[in-house]
Design a protein around this ligand. Structure first.
Ligand code: ATP
Length: 348
């Protein structure tokens, strides 16, 4: 069931068409993540949904009601910002209860709601502190708590974790995931962070230049990207995309596995885990190691083949290889993605 529906949504900044007619259907309880390169329109689309920017074209409906031009305060949505936007002179309790007070909710009901949210967010012991006496992660939890107590129809998050250090970002990400499991609230979340997108999302929306490139579950996007852009945007390190003629003797077997020939100028996409690298010996492709990145649990091996292709391979074991070593490469033909010269996926 469509809960939040975007139809032909457009936004202009002066003469610049920043959002170019976006259609998207979000179901109740879904966790949707917007990703895409800087400037693609993620935040703008979120702000249009929030009512913080005027929608210049198209319609937006929430729970069957047209809210395209409804003022932000009347949309029953709550937004959590990167900057937290807490009131510095108020305690955590007052920050969290402020919107309810304004709405004329009774003090008993407010206490009950704030206490429950504080419990869920592990903030009970901080309720009488002011924001400056909290860590960044705690402040962000207060910002989330302030949204929760309002029990909005939709939660909107704009890069909520990007001001936190890596460890805290990881912890808070897990908390957000747990919270979503507990509350089941419809959520839209903008991020730059691949791991956040892949771990939090029921569905990921990949945006580029004001348009949607693909919508799918994290693994659908990873396993079946619709085009080269999505293929290279999702996954770290990036998918290897190599001109087919640079794969020399391997190209025919990849095409055979895919059941089709590549058109002239086509490309082959290989996730780093689809490439394995061994000390020189048997193997369809030979090359030389440019660089090894030993990350502990996994090793990334950057290789240039004799045919001129540059590839990165990922393996779980320590490689025992060094920069400059001569190597053989094995490629899993079943894992190859074929793209035409325009980057469109070649369907079998
Ligand atoms: P980032 O990941 O860098 O935050 P984003 O995907 O969120 O980027 P937006 O901030 O939505 O991108 O911006 C989309 C486009 O609209 C960009 O080209 C940006 O320069 C432009 N833009 C955004 N806000 C305004 C504004 N208030 N006035 C003029 N142009 C704007």
């Amino acid at each position: 069931m469509a809960y939040l529906q975007l139809k032909g949504i457009e936004k202009f900044f002066g003469g610049h068409r920043a959002i170019k007619g976006v259609d998207l259907t979000i179901n109740q309880g879904e966790f949707i993540v917007f990703v895409g390169p800087s400037g693609c329109g993620k935040s703008t689309l979120l702000r249009l949904i929030a009512g913080l920017e005027h929608i210049d074209g198209g319609t937006l409906t929430l729970d069957g009601k047209d809210i395209t031009h409804l003022p932000s305060a009347k949309r029953d949505l709550a937004m959590v910002f990167q900057s937290y936007a807490l009131y510095p002179h108020m305690t955590v309790y007052d920050n969290m209860s402020f919107a309810l007070k304004l709405a004329g909710v009774s003090p008993e009901v407010i206490r009950d709601k704030v206490d429950k949210a504080a419990q869920v967010l592990n903030l009970t012991q901080y309720l009488q502190r002011k924001p400056q006496a909290l860590s960044g992660g705690q402040r962000q939890r207060v910002a989330i708590g302030r949204a929760i107590v309002r029990a909005p129809k939709v939660f909107l998050f704009d890069e909520p974790l990007s001001n936190l250090d890596a460890a805290l970002r990881g912890q808070t990400r897990v908390e957000i995931a747990k919270l979503h499991r507990e509350l089941g609230a419809t959520t839209i979340y903008v991020t730059h962070d691949q791991v956040e997108a892949m771990t939090l999302a029921d569905r990921v929306v990949v945006l580029r230049d004001g348009l949607i490139e693909q919508v799918g579950t994290p693994l659908e996007l990873y396993d079946r990207p619709a085009n080269q852009f999505v293929a290279q945007f999702i996954g770290t390190p990036q998918m290897n995309v190599v001109a087919a003629d640079k794969l020399g003797p391997v190209a025919p077997s990849l095409q055979a596995a895919a059941g089709q020939a590549l058109p002239a100028g086509g490309f082959v996409g290989l996730r780093p885990e689809a490439v394995s690298v061994r000390h020189a010996g048997q193997g369809a492709l030979s090359g030389r190691v440019d660089l090894i990145e030993a990350l502990g649990a996994e090793t990334l091996i950057y290789v240039t083949t004799e045919t001129g292709a540059q590839l990165v391979a990922r393996q779980n074991a320590r490689s025992g290889l060094h920069a400059g070593d001569a190597v053989s490469l094995e490629i899993d033909p079943a894992a190859a993605h074929l793209f035409d010269a325009k980057g469109r996926v070649q369907h079998t």
